[in-house]
Design a protein around this ligand. Structure first.
Ligand code: PLP
Length: 409
């Protein structure tokens, strides 16, 4: 099965060599994907998109009609997302500065995910100084970091919680935060609920087990403190399997499981805030093979660009799924470099052995001048990369828009 949609393949082949490398985004495929996700989730579960996964305005605009809001994690993301799309924003992330908090209040951010007691006090002070009327008190979700069983975190690629981390509050601190509201010490803020984001890279079954534990812990904590939870965010972290790109997160069983959790715990609106699993599949990093060489018995294909544009495989320590598109044209009056073996390692133009996009890829007969396209590059790809290292030119960006005749559903 191809790693590319037909539109992405056409685009990758149509680009001229000097337009490569290029990020290609299939917005039609993205719209289909998010439509299916929305359909798999129970009506009562809200879907926010974690903008840090890929904040390109075209991506945000494509997602907006199918999402209930956006999670932003800095003042920069907040201003960017606010100007790109409409819809409620939840402002999360550790180390919010007083200036960011004031900017968020001024922008009328719909929700704050508060990470610490100090941050809660900063927010309360900023809210009282900025004379926010009681009708529009800033809404607060306390981010908490409950203990969870190892089985719930099993298989997680990145654990943000359930252990010592800089994120959120321990149950005792979270209880203290809730008590401040109960005791009437934070009249300038409105407590609406709790928030947790504990792990990423989980399959549907593990994600559900984790959500179940988070919801149960949240209900216990709220009951103990005598507060009524109106909203409960259980985080993102739905897995993307880079080694098996055809196998996607099972949104149907996750949605059915969330419906069961909502039934068992009536009251709060449940919300999820995935990033990676929404946008990873709609993006590709397309480039050309500049050189093919053999080193100590192994073949290397050196591509135009590298991990300064697509850091994901270096950052996560995986092989980025790759597909070769053969190009017959060879413009140079020179012998064409060709692989001797059946497998190659794709490397970029950086002078570091870490500049590896994918190892041991089946690519018999790959030649200089062929195209290499790296899939699952729609999330945590361009925007987490170290663009300026070695001063190569930036990639191009192509957004393939849904045709007018496509329907939204
Ligand atoms: C990064 C992040 C997310 C999204 O995580 P994914 O693994 O991309 O789904 C959600 N919530 C918070 C608080 C985050 O920091």
């Amino acid at each position: 099965m191809s790693l590319l949609t037909p539109a992405a393949r056409d685009a990758a082949l149509a680009l001229a060599p000097d337009e490569l490398p290029c990020y290609i985004y299939d917005l039609s495929a993205l719209r289909q994907h998010v439509t299916a996700i929305r359909a798999a989730l129970p009506q009562a579960v809200e879907l926010y998109y974690a903008a840090k996964a890929n904040p390109e305005p075209e991506i945000l605009r494509t997602l907006a009609p199918f999402t209930d809001g956006f999670e932003v994690s800095s003042g920069g993301e907040l201003a960017h997302v606010r100007s790109a799309v409409q819809g409620p924003l939840a402002f999360g992330g550790p180390g919010k500065t007083p200036d960011e908090i004031v900017a968020a209040l001024t922008a009328g951010v719909e929700r704050f995910h508060v990470e610490s007691l100090h941050e809660l006090r900063l927010l309360a002070r900023a809210a009282s100084r900025h004379h926010v009327g009681s009708a529009t008190r800033p809404r607060v979700l306390i981010r908490f970091n409950p203990p969870v069983t190892a089985s719930a975190l099993h298989g997680s690629a990145l654990a943000m919680g359930g252990r010592p981390t800089p994120f959120g509050m321990d149950p005792a601190q979270a209880a203290q935060a809730l008590s401040l509201f109960v005791d009437g010490e934070l009249p300038e803020l409105e407590l609406v609920g709790l928030h947790a984001h504990l792990a990423s890279g989980l399959g549907a079954e593990a994600q559900l087990a984790l959500a179940e534990e988070v919801v149960a812990e949240a209900m216990r904590l709220a009951a103990r403190c005598g507060v009524r939870l109106r909203e409960l965010t259980v985080g993102g972290g739905m897995g993307v399997d880079y080694s098996r790109p055809a196998e996607r997160f099972d949104w149907s069983s996750f949605g059915a499981g969330m419906a069961r959790i909502a039934e068992r715990h009536p009251g709060p609106v449940l919300r999820i805030e995935p990033g990676r699993a929404l946008t990873a599949y709609c993006g590709w990093y397309a480039t050309e093979v500049l050189d093919v060489k053999r080193s100590h018995g192994e073949d290397f294909a050196v591509v135009r660009g590298g991990t300064h544009h697509l850091r994901t495989p270096a950052a996560k320590g995986h092989e980025q799924p790759a597909e070769v598109l053969a190009v017959e044209r060879w413009p140079h009056p020179l012998p064409r470099p060709v692989a001797q073996g059946s497998r190659v390692t794709f490397t970029g133009q950086l002078c570091t052995p870490k500049d590896v996009l994918a190892r041991d890829v089946p690519a018999p007969g790959i030649r200089a001048g062929d195209r290499a396209v790296f899939a699952l590059a729609g999330a945590y790809a361009w925007n987490i990369s170290h663009h300026d290292f070695l001063m190569h030119p930036p990639p191009g960006f192509r957004f393939l828009h849904p045709r007018e005749t496509d329907t939204a559903g």
